[in-house]
Design a protein around this ligand. Structure first.
Ligand code: SF4
Length: 369
């Protein structure tokens, strides 16, 4: 309702990924990556649209072959959101997708091959105003760095990143962002902290291969939460072995928790106990699902009884506090005369939240997926 973040962001240079700014004072963006076969244009376009519908700012698509590059052309034509092409090694694919309107290249210049190939990709990016993301991953460090450090350490990840940064520096190319991901949250945190002091470009946060929906979300929230709370990070991707739509939702939940960027309903709910007067868990689950289309930020507290209900309701936009047969309803921190029947709380709350959202922000409803 009224809390704002007091986090001071690291100063960074802003780059543009299509029409989406990353870095500087731009909002921290949330991205995901498709997991369909890129050559299956229909499936990939459908997934990108689902990601866009839940709020993705940017989507990455892997482009491993020339056939995938041709598919990318079609995908780009059929979608509106900025697309990053994920490319490893083959510089010709980078040149191809640049021709097809890619918004950012995820490619490590040091892996492209000889100087001439590197130069052709960087010149093409410069000519077309396409930024590059350098993506270092603890699992795929260069052999000599592995040997020097023995295992992926923060310094090893940063050395690898700076090697690619140096190449772009030499070619006088500044439009890039960098990630130093590791599957170990603390290693990733240390790596980003080190890197943040060494470059001015935006940082793309991620805890790579974080795990399944629950464990990966927790790991990502801990790692990214530590960094974001220190002002580090300009865009993020939560990597989950799950539907990429979940990655976007979790990404926004992380930003919401830190009051960095609000989007949609922020639920406050009690864990429930035998004092609850209506079914809190069923209500929260149902409303989370029903209200996914809402992007206007609204704090909604759903509390099972008067022990904690009024206190939370008073600092929420909308609140309900369980009472005998009928529950107390609060709006803007004030108790309302109206009370809700305990056996119909879900419908009544949904109606109130929707009414409030369309009153405050009639344009907020986005596509249903
Ligand atoms: Fe139990 Fe009431 Fe606390 Fe909810 S608010 S956990 S119902 S005591």
């Amino acid at each position: 309702m009224s809390h704002t973040s007091s986090i001071i962001r690291r100063v960074s240079k802003q780059i543009m990924v299509g029409n989406v700014p990353v870095g500087g004072d731009a909002p921290i963006t949330v991205q995901s990556m498709t997991n369909t076969l890129t050559t299956d244009v229909a499936a990939t376009v459908a997934q990108i649209k689902r990601l866009e519908a839940v709020g993705a700012d940017i989507v990455r698509v892997s482009v491993p072959t020339m056939n995938a590059a041709e598919a990318f052309r079609e995908i780009k034509l059929q979608t509106n959101i900025p697309l990053i092409a994920d490319i490893h090694f083959d510089y010709r694919i980078a040149l191809k997708v640049a021709e097809y309107g890619v918004d950012c290249l995820r490619i490590n210049p040091g892996n492209i091959g000889n100087e001439q190939r590197i130069r052709s990709v960087v010149d093409c990016a410069r000519h077309n105003n396409i930024p590059i993301r350098i993506g270092v991953n603890g699992g795929s460090l260069e052999a000599d760095i592995q040997e020097k450090y023995g295992e992926p350490t923060a310094q090893a990840l940063v050395d690898s990143a700076l090697r690619h940064v140096d190449i772009l520096d030499r070619l006088n190319f500044e439009q890039f962002k960098v990630s130093v991901k590791a599957s170990d949250a603390l290693l990733a945190v240390e790596s980003y902290q080190l890197l943040a002091k060494q470059i001015i470009q935006p940082l793309h946060l991620g805890i790579t291969e974080a795990g399944g929906l629950r464990s990966g979300s927790v790991k990502s929230a801990v790692g990214m939460g530590m960094l974001l709370s220190q002002g580090i990070g300009d865009t993020l991707r939560v990597s989950l072995a799950a539907d990429p739509v979940e990655e976007i939702k979790v990404g926004f939940d992380i930003l919401k928790s830190l009051r960095i960027r609000s989007r949609g309903i922020n639920f406050i709910a009690c864990p429930t106990c035998s004092r609850q007067e209506f079914d809190v868990i069923a209500t929260v689950n149902a409303l989370e699902e029903r209200l996914e289309d809402i992007i206007t930020p609204v704090d909604v507290s759903i509390i099972g009884c008067v022990v904690n209900g009024p206190g939370e309701a008073l600092i929420s936009d909308i609140g309900i506090t369980g009472g005998k047969t009928k529950s107390g309803f609060y709006e803007d921190g004030k108790r309302q005369k109206e009370r809700f029947d305990n056996d119909n709380v879900i419908d009544q709350l949904e109606a109130k939240i929707r009414a409030r959202v369309s009153r405050d922000d009639p344009s907020n409803i986005i596509l249903k997926v």
